[in-house]
Design a protein around this ligand. Sequence first.
Ligand SMILES: NC(=O)c1ccc[n+]([C@@H]2O[C@H](COP(=O)([O-])OP(=O)(O)OC[C@H]3O[C@@H](n4cnc5c(N)ncnc54)[C@H](O)[C@@H]3O)[C@@H](O)[C@H]2O)c1
Length: 220
Amino acid sequence: MKLEGKVALVTGSSQGIGQAIAIRFAQAGAKVVINYRSHPEGAEATLSKVQSAGGECHLAEGYCDNDRGYAVGADLGMVEDVQRLIQAGIDHYGQLDILVNNAGIEKHAPFEAVTEADYEAVLNVNIKGVFFATQAMVRHLKATQRTGRIINISSVHEDLPFPNFTAYCVSKGGLKMLTRNLAVELGPLGITINNVAPGAIETPINTKLLNDPDTGVTKI
Ligand SMILES: NC(=O)c1ccc[n+]([C@@H]2O[C@H](COP(=O)([O-])OP(=O)(O)OC[C@H]3O[C@@H](n4cnc5c(N)ncnc54)[C@H](O)[C@@H]3O)[C@@H](O)[C@H]2O)c1
């Protein structure tokens, strides 16, 4: 994979799958906009690994900056933060070519116990944030008359039932339909959009669940 000259923005890249994607993109030569919500130290760890892929890290006022990576704090559950994040990447590097909608959360509760706050938290990050990040990216690509790549980190639970995680399944099912719809709408513009739907990978999102012998969840 050769990504020299490309700029990729990876949401939720201060840990887990998003961090691994950011590092891999840097290894392939891309400049990477790293996003974190509340853990700048996680973004620093990503930056330092991006640095070992070729960049130098400069840390200033809560964010890191180097020639391969740039870290921006933004809450993907808030549309104004989402738009500010995309604009920060464009302002810093002059362009974005790849958007990875990776940030995601899940809340474990039996259906009858799900609160409105938890429902909104999951849907806001996993689908509303993706919707408006993608919209801001598409506006940028259209305004600059360039093609681009959008990659959504969905889940096997876009299709596969997962009892006690109904809001999560609703969000990932919605993400699948968003992706299918936009693939048709944006394809003629040279903008591709794809879902990657992983099975269980041990990261901070599910360490507790995967190590609880009573859940019956299988590690793969
Ligand atoms: N780990 C798995 O087994 C698995 C399986 C299928 C899909 N996924 C999906 O992969 C993606 C990454 O998950 P992970 O396993 O790395 O989990 P993780 O908890 O390690 O990482 C999630 C990332 O999202 C970020 N995030 C959460 N809420 C945010 C917000 N409001 N604003 C900005 N960032 C926010 C977190 O800071 C973190 O960096 C998620 O979309 C998840 O649904 C994970």
